[in-house]
Design a binder for this molecule. Structure first.
Ligand code: AMP
Length: 332
């Protein structure tokens, strides 16, 4: 039987190169070979309390960019999470055997407690439970994600296995983080530390919808330093990040060229950044050029979302029927 793949992206705004190289590039290759479900995680986005006037626009933005990037609704099921009420129902069941201690130990939860101490809501705490429900509702075994999600996948396995043990069944298969490449990817940001992300400040991320001028401006402002002082010196994080980005978007010979210059202490970061910006512009051009046309086609977007919701609900409601049966719910 064809294996099932599930992956989603939170609708907290525009997609960036981290989403593109960490997730979407894999989606594109997988849609031909697997039974794929790609969704827009709008329930997850509620942890940050978006304004009602912004919510739909954010969902639309991700849908448009999924399609512009080449995800094909004829091959994969593309849907909006909140169109599938079976997901929050499964989330409720899974919450009953997810424990406070393990949820509090999650790295992403601890990061959020540090970064947004005024909004540590229960949705953040149980974020991995909702994510587990998203995945196991289609009985997926492969989840194309970036490296940042590895721990969440481990939790999804824990919750599925716990359900199986509790009810003495082998209902949920184990989902694993998956990359078609050799390993899971972490795309760094432009601010010299950590990953590219939507919550890391405006200048950290390059968005698929950024114009060439904006990309140039952001990359030229990226954090670097005064340059190496010894030959073959190890690269500090900010510089390594620029090289990692180069590796993603540039030709290998370009990477080697700047690496050699670095090792000989002859590098000029201005030149590296100029080249990096131009290569980012080229790498994202095909997506960027389609965004406006797709965004203007409301009829097409409605059709894609309706078809996706129908297909996703078909799979989700089958799982839920069986889960309710296993738990012991019976009709009078
Ligand atoms: P998010 O934007 O947090 O909803 O993430 C959506 C998808 O993009 C997930 O599969 C993440 O693993 C992936 N992703 C987000 N940021 C990065 C990054 N900087 N590097 C690699 N993958 C990422």
């Amino acid at each position: 039987m064809m294996e099932t793949v599930v992956s989603g992206i939170r609708s907290t705004g525009k997609l960036h190169l981290g989403n593109y190289y960490g997730a979407i590039k894999n989606f594109l290759k997988m849609q031909d070979e697997y039974n794929c479900y790609f969704f827009i995680a709008d329930y997850h986005s509620l942890t940050t309390h978006p304004m009602p006037a912004d919510l739909h626009g954010n969902v639309k933005q991700v849908l448009v960019e999924y399609l512009a990037a080449g995800i094909d609704p004829e091959k994969a099921t593309i849907y909006v999470q909140s169109d599938v009420p079976e997901i929050p129902e499964l989330y409720l069941f899974m919450n009953m055997n997810a424990y406070l201690g393990e949820l509090e130990r999650s790295t992403s939860f601890k990061d959020k407690v540090r970064s947004q101490p005024d909004n540590v809501n229960a949705g953040l705490l149980t974020y991995p439970v909702l994510m587990a429900a998203d995945i196991i509702i289609h009985k997926a075994t492969k989840v194309p994600v970036g490296k940042d999600q590895e721990q969440h996948l481990e939790m999804a396995r824990t919750f599925g296995n716990r359900f199986n043990r509790m009810y003495n069944t082998e209902f949920f298969p184990e989902p694993y983080a998956f990359s078609l490449g050799q390993s899971l990817i972490k795309v760094p940001g432009l601010d010299g530390k950590g990953k590219m992300g939507k919550s890391e400040g405006e200048n950290n991320a390059v968005y698929l919808s950024d114009s060439p001028e904006i990309i140039r401006k952001k990359v030229m402002r990226a954090v670097s330093d005064s340059g190496p002082t010894e030959e073959n010196q190890a690269k500090p994080e900010a510089i390594q990040n620029l090289f990692d980005l180069l590796k993603l978007v540039s030709e290998e010979s370009t990477y080697t060229h700047f690496d050699d210059l670095y090792n000989k202490c002859q590098i000029r970061y201005g030149d590296l950044k100029k080249q990096l910006a131009e290569d980012m512009i080229i790498a994202t051009a095909p997506v960027r050029e389609r965004i406006n046309d797709i965004a203007a086609d409301s009829a097409y977007l409605s059709k894609v979302a309706a078809l996706g919701a129908e297909k996703a609900r078909e799979s989700a409601s089958k799982t839920l029927r069986e889960v309710r049966e296993i738990i012991g719910f019976r009709k009078f």
